[in-house]
Design a protein. Structure first.
Length: 429
């Protein structure tokens, strides 16, 4: 894009923003040529010498506030004297420091549709606070004070410090369960405690935001303002607020402050809120801001789940093996199943492991078991033969006669026969 084209685009954008009241006509506009000023001054208290700002933050940015003024002036087109509202002034301010904004002698109205000259002193001031576009921690009273004795041409707006609606950061300790992704909606709200009274839920006096609450999806390292958050109905009521009275815009009047404020945080989803391994902690205060920390005790661990598969016993007949005998011809081997697993768990107050969920983390590897083979004999036993070398002479079963008696008789017969033979041989000779 050419420099000329870019300049034209910027000019058109500035005109458009001015028409809707977003661009300031105060210190951010062209050099003023008038002698009238709007001053922003931190309010002092009649009963105390302090300021309505935190002295420890003096000089630090208090953000950007927005207001417009009501004047009377001559319409350049019609020549009539008319009442009109100025465009918004959106100055950057600092704690405990005064600021003076010069007013121009010629000014457009808030819509940018008419130009006025012969402008009167400001009649009134109106605040429009947009927490999303003007992140201010200060508010002003809706009146103009002119100190005729010292500064006749300066109209002062009193500032008081408001509560810090910024959550400086969110923090995560531990891990979030995958099944809770998209469910971590947190509702943040306030409790108030007056000095000497019990702590109770804070309700704003602002008609647009009677209940001070903001809802967000928890993520680590977030930074946001309570004023930018929608409530649980999805409405951003807190971004548009009006000052006055004892409403929350002037919580922190640092002289005479008599209230303490506490930010609370809770999960909207009942399942998440009931999970014993989650806890929301809030630290900080309404001056420096708050930190919301999600402390999760949930852990995960990968491991191998092993299962033993028993082997089977196979029996086979062997005709060469005698009945009643068995032998193992193949030793059995156990099989296995190994599954990669992932478990989610946390340690309770007794440091005992509490498993929340277990699931397979891959395919199961199976190793088949090897059967054990056993042979058993089916052959009949062989007949037993007599042993000639056995000199024992057991009793004959059939006759009941001792075998030794039979032997003695046989020997007597043998001896008698031998004697008879010798006698015969002697007679023949």
């Amino acid at each position: 894009m050419s420099r000329r084209g870019g300049g034209l685009l910027v000019t058109l954008l500035a005109l458009a923003l001015t028409a809707i009241g977003i661009v300031a006509t105060g210190p951010n506009a062209a050099a003023a040529d008038g002698d009238t000023y709007i001053g922003l001054r931190w309010k002092t208290y009649a009963n105390d010498t302090g300021l309505a700002c935190n002295p420890e933050q003096a000089g630090q940015s208090a953000g950007q506030i927005a207001f417009y003024l009501t004047f009377e002036g001559k319409n350049k087109d019609t020549g009539k004297i008319e009442k009109f509202d100025s465009p918004y002034f959106t100055p950057e301010i600092k704690y405990c420091e005064d600021l003076k904004i010069p007013l121009k002698k010629e000014m457009k109205n808030v819509y940018g549709t008419a130009t006025y000259t012969d402008i009167s002193e400001p009649k009134e001031v109106t605040w429009y606070v947009d927490g999303e576009r003007f992140r201010a921690r200060a508010k002003g009273s809706a009146n103009l004070l002119n100190d005729n004795n010292n500064e006749k041409d300066t109209y002062w707006i009193s500032l008081v410090q408001q509560a810090n609606q910024d959550v400086n950061k969110t923090k995560l300790t531990g891990m979030i369960a995958p099944w809770h992704e998209g469910k971590l909606k947190v509702a943040a709200s306030y409790d108030v405690q007056k000095k000497g009274e019990e702590r109770k839920h804070y309700d704003s006096g602002n008609r647009k935001a009677p209940h001070f609450e903001g809802v967000f999806d928890f993520e680590a390292g977030q930074s946001f303002s309570m004023l930018t958050l929608p409530n649980r109905d999805g409405k951003k009521d807190l971004q548009r607020l009006t000052p006055g009275g004892n409403r929350f815009e002037i919580w922190n009047q640092y002289v005479g402050k008599n209230r303490d404020y506490f930010l609370k945080a809770q999960f909207l989803d009942p399942e998440v809120a009931a999970a014993p391994y989650y806890k929301l902690n809030v630290t900080g205060n309404d001056i420096k801001g708050w930190e919301i920390e999600l402390k999760s005790k949930l852990q995960k661990k990968e491991y191998q789940a092993k299962k033993t598969v028993p082997f089977k016993v196979e029996r086979r007949a062997n005709p060469k093996l005698a009945k009643g005998q068995e032998r193992i011809v193949q030793q059995g081997v156990m099989g296995s199943e190994v599954t990669p697993m992932l478990k989610y768990f946390y340690l309770d107050d007794n440091n005992a492991e509490q498993i929340v969920k277990e699931l397979a983390n891959g395919d199961t590897v199976k190793t088949a078991a090897k059967n054990q083979i056993v042979e058993y004999g089916t052959a009949e036993k062989a007949a037993v033969k007599p042993d000639n070398k056995d000199h024992a002479a057991p009793r004959l079963k059939d006759t009941g006669v001792s075998s030794w008696g039979v032997l003695a008789a046989s020997l007597a017969t043998l001896v008698g026969g031998s004697t008879l033979l010798l006698v015969r041989r002697h007679t023949v000779k």
